[in-house]
Design a protein around this ligand. Structure first.
Ligand code: GLU
Ligand code: MG
Length: 437
């Protein structure tokens, strides 16, 4: 009989390309490796999603450590083929967080928010993905048949998630062909982004055991539906008291919520290259796809970049706990840590500067003339990755939050990724990304 225990521990980082990479060691080495980590190379940060290497300021020089966070360790896989996974932080050999470690950057963003306001983020990632090469059932949007097709792997996936900090809230057959959606339960701080990484790892791993290949890529077909990542945000104080809702305001937003959203919307075009970082991301971010095309706040509107979500609670205490807003402009080509960091930095800036968002929209902004959009403070989000990168490049705010070195390395990384796609048709570009994400 094969043992159900793992022989190896894999230390994982979710990198600039939004992919999970890392190194493994024998389980017996845990005590030593959980402190010292495994060796890591600075230039790895420039490995693109297509495995080419972008211009790197580090060249062949330098050494780092990828150090597992023991709290994240979980076992994955069937008996006989199991492995322990631990999410890690990249550190200097002296133990300092590395400026290009996505998880460390997200932790810093959360710390800055807490230092400013005593606020902890309670958030949940909602992921859409599609099966590749699966027969498509007609008439099955939100369907029972598709749900039943997926039930066996979904139950296996839920059983594996149960060994981790990632707890699913709902699972469903989404609108698109072979498209499914899993929403996580809320978790505080960095754990929520960890859970997004874990969900992507396990979905791929479990479904493959069932002979099913899945893709979280932003869009598989230029004319088809997109696969979004919506991040739901709420806030608590150190005692766990909810801070997001204020029943006395028109849409229920507390001052904290309003200013945080104000910051996110003010800086949204400048952080899009971190939230939706692939060339094909911008096929998804077009009007009438229920994704996000403008920097608008919507009240229960699924075409808004930031949407105030409905709650089912009836009394004030339940409403205050459930009340949340989601940022819909994200996709799974982004490392959850980078998207999360960018949103939290922008929201924190909103609190610092008491930024007011525009009133929530309940109309189709794509019907408005550019002058009217501008006079009401709305902007079309960047329509290509190149435009999004230009906005990032020119953003003093993003350069302050992430540091010039990080922004410059990120720009070089994405330039190389774009070069790999030069001359391809859009469907071919989708095919390249489909395999990767
Ligand atoms: N598929 C849509 C997106 O790309 C989201 C649809 C929905 O769940 O509202 O974000
Ligand atoms: Mg959905």
């Amino acid at each position: 009989m094969s043992s159900s225990k793992s022989n190896m521990v894999f230390v994982a980082t979710s990198d600039l390309a939004g992919l999970v990479r890392g190194k493994s060691f024998p389980v017996s080495e845990w005590e030593k490796r959980s402190v010292r980590g495994v060796g890591w190379t600075p230039t790895n940060v420039q490995i693109t999603c297509f495995d080419t290497i972008a211009d790197s300021p580090f060249g062949s020089l330098g050494d780092l450590a990828l150090v597992p966070d023991p709290a994240t360790r979980f076992q994955m896989g069937a008996p006989g083929n199991a492995v322990d996974i631990a999410l890690g932080d990249i550190e200097s050999l002296e133990g300092e967080p590395w400026d290009f470690c996505t998880r460390s950057i997200a932790k810093r963003a959360l710390r800055e928010l807490h230092d400013l306001s005593g606020v902890t983020v309670l958030s949940a990632f909602e992921h859409e993905f599609q099966l590749m090469d699966a027969p498509v059932r007609a008439g099955d949007s939100f369907g029972l048949k598709g749900f039943r097709d997926g039930q066996a792997w979904a139950e296996a996936l839920i059983a594996e998630l149960d060994r981790t900090s990632c707890k699913p809230d709902t699972f469903m057959k989404e609108y698109g062909p072979s498209q499914y959606e899993i929403t996580n339960k809320p978790a505080t701080g960095i754990v929520s982004a960890d859970n997004a990484v874990i969900l992507r790892i396990l979905t791929d791993d479990v479904l493959r055991r069932f002979g099913v290949a899945s893709s979280f890529s932003p869009i598989l077909d230029p004319d088809g539906v997109g696969n979004g990542v919506h991040i739901h945000f709420s806030f608590v104080d150190d005692d766990g008291t909810p801070l997001t809702h204020d029943a006395s305001t028109p849409y229920g937003m507390s001052d904290l919520t309003r200013h945080f959203i104000g910051g996110v919307l003010k800086y949204l075009d400048q952080i899009m290259a971190l939230l939706a970082p692939s060339e094909i991301s911008y096929l998804r971010l077009t009007p009438h796809r229920w994704s996000a095309a403008f920097n608008n706040l919507g009240y229960r509107d699924r075409e808004a970049s930031v949407r105030i979500c409905p709650v089912s609670g009836r009394d004030e205490e339940a409403i205050a706990r459930q009340y949340n807003f989601e940022v819909r402009a994200v996709d799974a080509a982004a490392s959850p840590y980078l998207a999360y960091a960018a949103i939290v930095f922008a929201g924190t800036q909103g609190l610092r500067d008491r930024i007011e968002p525009q009133a929530p929209t309940q109309e189709d902004l794509s019907l408005l003339a550019p002058e009217e959009l501008a006079s009401r403070g709305f902007r079309r989000l960047p329509q290509t990755l190149v435009d999004a990168l230009d906005a990032l490049d020119g953003s003093k705010a993003v350069r302050t939050w992430f540091g010039d070195d990080f922004v410059n390395v990120y720009l070089a990384h994405k330039k190389e990724e774009l070069a790999q796609l030069e001359g391809l048709e859009w469907q071919e570009k989708c095919n390249r990304y489909k395999e990767v994400y």
